[in-house]
Structure formats: structure tokens, C-alpha cells
Design a protein around this ligand. Sequence first.
Ligand code: ATP
Ligand code: BTN
Length: 252
Amino acid sequence: QLGLKTETLGHTIHFFEEVDSTQRIAAKLAYEGAPEGTLVVAEEQKAGRGRLDRKWFSPQGTGIWMSLILRPPIPPQQAPQLTLLVAVAISQAIQEVTGLVPDIKWPNDILLHGKKCVGILTELQADPDRVRSVIVGIGINVNQTGAQFPEDIRAIATSLAMEKGERIKRAPLIQEILLRIERLYKQYLAHGFRPVKLLWEGYAVSIGKPVTARTLGGAIRGIARGITDDGLLILEDEHHQLHYIHSADIQL
Ligand code: ATP
Ligand code: BTN
């Protein structure tokens, strides 16, 4: 129903008017053996989840709220690479469809004019040595107006329509995103992370700049030097010590 141009991604779509979280449903389907490319899409989420235990505001009809199941033949420590891959693919798709040029804030926030319009949440089902499935949750603010955001989110968030100044059709954007993910994912499986890393660095705002990483263990301030081949952020502190960050919130 989306008129997809992909070979595998999105060829099974579970569409819901209202769910708690597409992420929870996709995780259940993956556990039950759903094939790679299975997509769960909802018009509205009542309990959308963000990273670091946060809520994700997902009102009816204004955004893209979806979760994609991938089954890459990789060890679990390489899974963060897929988050970066998806961030690149979505950035490319937004650029293609709207003409807007997004920035990526490590690991997976996509920004327009410094405000967040996309969040990506990747969750794993894995054995110690191999990934069984990766659930890629994608939340895109597409057609909200400023007034439609709750007050606490308004200051830091934006939508594609707010930046573009006109409504954006969601179906063609989903098509383009799946096509870009599929293309990059094939390239990644054939040639590894390097080509993705180069593209990612092209969109990254933080590299070479001072940032604060808020991890569960505390805050680390330093210059963002780049990402490792596994997708970790490299921070250099004032003593020229390097820190490798797995999971954190980055403040520019
Ligand atoms: P807590 O009070 O539990 O520490 P919090 O203040 O970070 O959490 P939550 O409500 O748990 O708030 O999480 C919301 C976070 O995610 C905020 O940073 C919010 O700005 C952001 N957020 C939620 N939905 C969206 C959205 N649709 N677009 C952009 N940012 C969003
Ligand atoms: C973030 O914190 O930046 C990640 C937000 C991820 C939101 C998406 S919306 C579709 C999927 N279902 C969820 O409950 N969360 C993700």
C-alpha cells in the first residue's frame, strides 16, 4: 500500500491505527521468527519509547512511527553500526524528499537547525556471539506545528513541515527511507562499515567540537574526535586521554 521499491524491506507491513509502541510489537514479532524486513507502522503511539528510558511523543497522524526488523549476520558488538547506518539513510531520504539538509548528532539524533526532528532507537535480540535480530525504531516529526508539541519538548524539537514551511506527505518519505536503508545495508553487508562511516561523518555536527557526554556513570567533557569502527564515540579530554562512549546523551 506504500508502493515500495525495495526488494525485502517493508514487504510485510503490520499497520495499526493505535498502539502502545511499535517497538514492543516488532520485538515480539522478531522473537516469534518474523523475517528480515518486517515493518510495524502506527498512526499513533500511546506509549512511544525513546532512548535512555524516555518517553517519545507520538501523536495521531502527524509523524512516522515505525519499527523495522533486521537480521544481520554480525556479532552483537557491531550492532551500534546499524544505528549510524539508519541515521545516514534517513538523512539522505529527508534531503531527497524535502531538500532540507539535516545534521546528525551522535549517535542517532537527526537535527534541523539545531532541533531534533528524528529519533532512532535500536534494540537487540542476540546470543553472545551473534545477533538474532535488530529492532530499529524510527520516530520522525513530520507535520506537527510548534503548538502541537508539549511545552517541554517544543524548545528542543521541530518537524519537517515546520522547517520546510509546508506539509510533507508521509508515504513517499517512508518509501525513500526504506530504499536508502536497503541500499546502505546491502553495501554494509558486502563491504563493511567503512563506507557508512564516511557518509555518517559527512552529516555529523559534533566532530572536532567540544561536547559533554552524559553517561549513566557521569558526565565527560571533551573534544569529539570521531567514531570507532564499531560506532563508539571517541572523546578526548583535557588531559588528552581518550574515552570511548557506548551510550550517552551528547550536549554540544
Ligand atoms: P525524566 O523526567 O524521566 O528524566 P525527561 O525529562 O527526559 O525524562 P521524558 O518525558 O522521559 O522526559 O522524555 C522525553 C524526552 O524526549 C525529552 O528530552 C523530550 O524532549 C524528547 N522527545 C520526546 N518526544 C519527542 C519528539 N516527538 N520529538 C523530539 N523530541 C522528543
Ligand atoms: C530517541 O530517544 O531519540 C529515540 C526515539 C525513537 C522513537 C521511535 S517511534 C517508533 C518506535 N516505537 C517506539 O516506541 N519508539 C520508536
